[in-house]
Design a protein around this ligand. Structure first.
Ligand code: HPA
Length: 263
C-alpha cells in the first residue's frame, strides 16, 4: 500500500463509494464539526471518499461545512484531492456540451456568505496563500491521460465560476461571467479549493457539465435536467477517477505545497 492517501470529494451526481474496495466508514472530529468519509482502496492507493453535501445530500451549497470536510481529509492523511462538481456551461461550445467533463485550471469566486479560510487570525496566524495556479497540474494531467486512455473526451483547462446559490443564475449574470472569461458555473468549488491550498493539499476539480447555463440554452434551467445529465455521467466519472488514480506517482512532485507556503 502506498503511503500518501488521496481524497475524492463526491459532489452532486457522484455520491457512491462503489469504486472503492474494502471501504469502511470513518468519522473525524475537526475544530469545525464532524465529517464522515469512506476509506478504502482504489488503484493501489488508500482513498478517502467524502460526500460534500453530507450523507443524504442534506446541505445546500452555501451551508456545506467546507472547513470540516477539508480538515477531515487532511486528518485522514490525504495529500491530494480530486473533487467532482456539477456545473452549467457558459458558452455554446461542443467541448462544453452537457455530458462533458472539464478539467478546470482557474476560478472566479463570486461566493459571498461562507466561511472562507482557516486563517481567521485572533489567535491563529494571519496568512495569505498564493492562488496564481489554484489547481494541481499533476492531478489534472493524470485525469487527462486517463481520459485519453479510456477514449473519453475531456476539455483540458477552463475557468470555473462559483456562485453563492442555491438559486440558478439570471441570463445577465451568465453573460457577464462569460465576458469575464468564465467557462463553467457551479456553486461548490469555493472555498473548497482555497481551503485545500491553505492546508497544503493538491486539489483538482472535475467539472461535470449538466446543462447549458441560464440563457445559453433554449429554456429554463431545471433541477430535473441537471439530475438526469449527472446520472448519465456517473459510471464514466467513476471509471475516470479510478484510472486517474492509477496514473498518479506515489508522492506529489508539483508546486502546490510551495504555493501554500510549505515548500
Ligand atoms: N449554475 C450553477 N450551478 C450549477 C449549474 C448552473 O447552471 N448546473 C449545475 N450546477
Amino acid at each position: 500500500m502506498r503511503a500518501v492517501r488521496v481524497g475524492v470529494i463526491g459532489g452532486t451526481g457522484f455520491e457512491s463509494p462503489a469504486f472503492l474496495a474494502d471501504a469502511r466508514d470513518e468519522v473525524v472530529r475537526t475544530p469545525y464539526g464532524l465529517a464522515r468519509a469512506a476509506v478504502g482502496r482504489a488503484a493501489g492507493f488508500e482513498v478517502a471518499f467524502l460526500l460534500r453535501h453530507g450523507p443524504g445530500h442534506r446541505l445546500p451549497p452555501h451551508r456545506v461545512n467546507y472547513r470540516a470536510n477539508v480538515w477531515a481529509l487532511r486528518e485522514l492523511g490525504v495529500r491530494r484531492v480530486l473533487a467532482t462538481a456539477a456545473v452549467g456551461a457558459l458558452r455554446r461550445e461542443p467541448g462544453l456540451a452537457p455530458g462533458s467533463i472539464v478539467l478546470c485550471d482557474q476560478f472566479l469566486d463570486f461566493t459571498r456568505n461562507r466561511p472562507t479560510t482557516f486563517f481567521d487570525g485572533d489567535p491563529g496566524p494571519v496568512r495569505h496563500v498564493d492562488m496564481t495556479r489554484p489547481y494541481c497540474p499533476e492531478l489534472r494531467r493524470a485525469m487527462r491521460e486517463a481520459a485519453e486512455a479510456l477514449g473519453l473526451p475531456v476539455r483540458d483547462g477552463g475557468t470555473y465560476v462559483c456562485t453563492e446559490g442555491p438559486r440558478f443564475e439570471s441570463a445577465a449574470e451568465i453573460r457577464a461571467f462569460a465576458l469575464l472569461g468564465g467557462d463553467v458555473v457551479g456553486m461548490t468549488g469555493l472555498p473548497e479549493a482555497a481551503l485545500a491550498r491553505e492546508l497544503g493539499l493538491c486539489y483538482q476539480p472535475v467539472a461535470l457539465v449538466a446543462n447549458w447555463a441560464a440563457g445559453v440554452g433554449d429554456g429554463a434551467v431545471s433541477e430535473e435536467e441537471v439530475a438526469a445529465a449527472l446520472a448519465g455521467m456517473r459510471e464514466r466519472v467513476a471509471a475516470l477517477v479510478q484510472a486517474a488514480l492509477g496514473r498518479l506517482a506515489p508522492e506529489p512532485a508539483c508546486a502546490c505545497g510551495e504555493a501554500a507556503g510549505l515548500g
